[in-house]
Design a protein around this ligand. Structure first.
Ligand SMILES: Cc1cc2nc3c(=O)[nH]c(=O)nc-3n(C[C@H](O)[C@H](O)[C@H](O)COP(=O)(O)OP(=O)(O)OC[C@H]3O[C@@H](n4cnc5c(N)ncnc54)[C@H](O)[C@@H]3O)c2cc1C
Length: 404
């Protein structure tokens, strides 16, 4: 069996590591969390060593100048054309050292634009994404539409040569940094719920948009966004009216495996082994060995999903298997780390005695969120059971039913 990457992808990996050696400092490396998260913590704890919002923007531009954001982009704009493995390596290498990665732009917005956007849309957005100059946030979830996203109520009504939009969104992460809102709204209230949805791309500074912070248990900020009488020209509608659900499904099918990647987990494990020390007690060594085996398996599942996409097949089941494994392992790893490190594991990175820059405590609190974002794990189990194993719908328990 051959697990190696193509030569050009390995060259890219080397170039990325050389780039990170120059542009991403050692202290931040230990901080194996995503950019947006670290940036929010910096604004909440002004003295923290986390990356600042300005540094994130600067880093995106540096990535753009070095040509890394052209990976996967249309050749017409100077991009490489679709290359799922190269994108996978780019995202893995950056996120595993806690470097900023413009996830929403590259993973959600660009693929959907490329798939269904007009020439004007592409001309306006793709060059700026490649240059690292623009940031987006996603407005899907609402107070009564999360996993069951098709129940969303935010309404866009035709008015003259555009639309008037009203509603409320919940958990719009990075809305306070974004330039544009990639927002799902209902354009046909009479159609079946999956059929009346459209996607708009509207500037975040549009009059009528109000962003309120919502701080999660890990200290990470997300937002409640109120959309009051926001005007959007017809040109802000992405693709065709009422086809939004199809667009979301198409892009998600190829991109979900990237929602959680294995390399950051591999790196966090290596840091835990160093923190525990070279001569652990036998029962500790045994727990670490089991975890290592599980992480190796999760790594291979993640690669399998990336290769499936690379082969041109939507990795529906493969991505579900990968996301389920990685997120649950991440939680287990963080819990084991706190168990083994004891009170030392609770020191934050501001404390000189902190272990691995205090990342395991934060990882523990934040890893709970990954169990239900980017597709709740119960739903991933259902996808695996139905699409992977051919079992009937609802085979795996819906916790809401079980709880009743
Ligand atoms: C920190 C954070 C950041 C986020 N960022 C964004 C963002 O940027 N943009 C955005 O649009 N959204 C974002 N979300 C929202 C996220 O995608 C939703 O939380 C997720 O879709 C789950 O929806 P819900 O919270 O309404 O939970 P619910 O849909 O109420 O689900 C709760 C639980 O019920 C179970 N469940 C629900 N439905 C089923 C089912 N059909 N079968 C089996 N079990 C089921 C699952 O265990 C699930 O975890 C974010 C959330 C958080 C916490």
């Amino acid at each position: 069996m051959n697990f190696s990457f193509p030569d050009d992808t390995e060259i890219l990996r080397k170039e990325l590591r050389a780039f990170l050696d120059v542009h991403w400092s050692r202290e931040r490396r230990a901080y194996s969390m995503n950019d947006a998260i670290a940036r929010d913590l910096a604004t909440l704890e002004p003295n923290a060593a986390h990356v600042t919002p300005e540094e994130v923007r600067k880093f995106y531009r540096l990535l753009g100048q070095a040509g890394f954001l052209a990976i996967g982009m249309p050749e017409r704009y100077g991009g490489t054309g679709v290359n799922h493995l190269a994108r996978y390596v780019l995202q893995s290498e950056l996120t595993s050292v806690g470097a900023p990665y413009p996830n929403i732009a590259l993973t959600m917005v660009a693929p959907t634009l490329i798939s269904v956007g007009s020439r004007e849309f592409l001309d306006e957005h793709i060059p700026r994404i490649i240059a690292g100059e623009v940031e987006y946030c996603l407005g899907y979830t609402e107070p009564s539409a999360g996993t069951d996203l098709a129940s969303l109520k935010t309404r866009a009504v035709r008015e003259g040569n555009g639309y008037r939009i009203n509603g409320q969104k919940l958990f719009s992460s990075s809305a306070h940094y974004a330039d544009y809102y990639f927002v799902a709204v209902r354009t046909d209230p009479d159609a079946a719920k999956h059929r009346g949805i459209s996607i708009f791309l509207i500037p975040m500074n549009s009059p009528g948009i109000t962003i309120n912070p919502l701080i999660t248990n890990s200290g990470v900020r997300t937002n409640i966004v109120f959309i009051d009488d926001v005007w959007a020209p017809a040109s802000a509608l992405l693709g065709e009216e009422n086809k939004g659900w199809t667009y979301l499904g198409e892009s998600l099918a190829f991109e979900r495996y990237a929602a959680m990647l294995s390399l950051p987990l591999v790196r966090a494990y290596e840091e835990l082994v160093v923190a525990v020390g070279p001569d652990p007690a036998p029962e500790v060594a045994s727990k670490l060995a089991l975890l290592r085996a599980d992480i190796r398996a999760a790594d291979l599942l993640n690669l399998n999903a990336a290769w499936t996409a690379h082969d041109g097949r939507p990795p529906i089941v493969e991505a579900a298997e990968s996301k389920l494994n990685i997120t649950e392992l991440r939680h287990r790893l963080a819990r084991l780390a706190l168990e083994l490190l004891g009170s030392r594991g609770l020191l934050t990175e501001l404390d000189p005695d902190a272990v691995a820059y205090g990342q395991f405590d934060l990882m523990y609190r934040h890893s709970v969120i990954h169990l239900f974002t980017a597709g709740a794990n119960d739903v991933q189990r259902d996808i695996i059971a139905q699409s992977g194993q051919g079992m009937p719908r609802g085979t795996t328990p819906d916790v809401r039913r079980v709880a009743k």
